[in-house]
Design a binder for this molecule. Structure first.
Ligand code: FAD
Ligand code: FES
Length: 325
């Protein structure tokens, strides 16, 4: 049941009248941005001095900030949990690759929300599949059924499969597979042949294999310690498949640790296979204002532009990222 009974309105409805959003940002983040400008790095928007930023954000019109409650929050693998909550408006507007920004608990003193990709959508409910990384995710894992939760979303851009992949190859490292599940469902609904390459440190941390197999996706597994599947990296399987299979128009979609994404980008560049990746940089506001999440994107051979993972991303073409910066 929705904890807040007031009629839901998109975050940006009132602000849109003025086409402006005002947000207070951390002065440390501001200093970081000013330093980048001083080093001559181009940022795609104006910077104001002081600690108030103003910028338009049309996307807020389909973004909802919902107060809800946890329906379930259960361990699904070592240090990994699946959280289910009702957020009807977010569920209705969610697309593959998009994420929510979650206020873990108001009385813990944790001011910043934490971003999690929408793992599944079922009717009015969404789920998030998350790994315990630090204080925020540890506290989240301890929150019981019926605990209140503030969820902002859906946020960010989406994976694209308008040019039909033949096949689509999903590459997920650790909790990165969570970012590919809505995409997997959409691909199968469009009758697109899909392979899932799933990597984990060890068998006890393996995620999503049954969920992928249940929608007729052929799954290949790799673990760092060889406790199940290929002994090595999931990128070994990717390179092997691209080397030895004659596909019509393969397209790779990947999410995982930065090193894995960089390796995927290199392999698929060698095989000239189009590749979309979901970046998971640390975030502040998640609404395009604080610039805490930027990543370097190569515009041409001489120009690097810092783009916001929360707004221009999280999905980027792998070939656009300046991996060496
Ligand atoms: C768009 C997006 C979608 C995401 N989706 C998921 C998801 O579906 N499932 C999931 O498990 N995680 C996801 N993440 C990552 C998740 O948000 C972080 O793991 C979480 O915010 C960590 O919070 P914490 O308070 O537990 O850790 P913190 O206490 O904030 O950090 C603990 C340590 O981990 C490092 N760290 C924190 N966040 C990141 C990060 N994003 N990348 C690298 N190092 C980090 C910190 O530098 C620190 O050393 C996503 C991130 C983004 C940006
Ligand atoms: S997190 Fe603030 S701009 Fe992306």
């Amino acid at each position: 049941m929705q904890a807040n009974s007031s009629p839901p309105e998109p975050v940006g409805v009132e602000l849109q009248k003025q086409n402006i959003v005002l947000i207070l940002i951390d002065t440390l983040i501001l200093k970081k941005i000013v330093k980048k400008r001083e080093r001559g790095i181009v940022l795609p928007y104006p910077i104001f001095r002081g600690n108030i930023y103003a910028m338009p954000n049309d996307r807020l019109l389909s973004t909802y900030d919902r107060q809800t409650v946890i329906l379930s929050n259960e361990a699904v693998a070592e240090a990994h949990y699946l959280l289910r909550c009702e957020c009807a408006e977010i569920a209705q507007h969610a697309h593959p690759g998009q994420f929510v920004h979650v206020m873990i608990s108001q009385d813990t003193g944790m001011l910043l929300r934490r971003p999690f990709t929408i793992y599944t959508v079922e009717g009015r409910e969404i789920t998030m599949l998350y790994q315990i990384i630090g204080e925020g995710t540890k506290r989240l894992s301890e929150m019981p059924k019926d605990a209140p939760l503030h969820v902002l979303g859906p946020l960010g851009n989406t994976f694209d499969f308008t040019v039909k992949p033949e096949p689509a190859i999903l590459v997920g490292g650790g909790a990165g597979i969570a970012s590919l599940m809505l995409l997997a469902v959409a691909l199968r609904e469009n009758d697109i042949q899909t392979l899932g390459l799933v990597g984990a440190q060890r068998c006890a941390r393996l995620l999503s294999v049954k969920d992928l197999e249940s929608i007729d996706i052929e799954v290949h597994i790799a673990t760092d310690d060889g406790s199940i599947g290929h002994h090595g990296y999931v990128t070994d399987i990717l390179a092997d498949l691209l080397e030895n299979t004659a596909w019509q128009r393969p397209t790779v979609y990947a999410c995982g640790p930065h090193g894995m994404l960089s390796a995927v980008a290199k392999i698929t560049a060698d095989f000239e296979v189009p590749t979309q990746i979901a970046m998971e940089n640390r975030m502040g506001c998640a609404m395009g204002v604080c610039l805490g999440c930027v990543c370097p994107v190569r515009i041409d051979t001489n120009t690097i532009e810092y783009q916001r993972v929360c707004t221009e991303g999280p999905v980027f073409n792998a070939s656009d990222i300046a991996w060496d910066v």
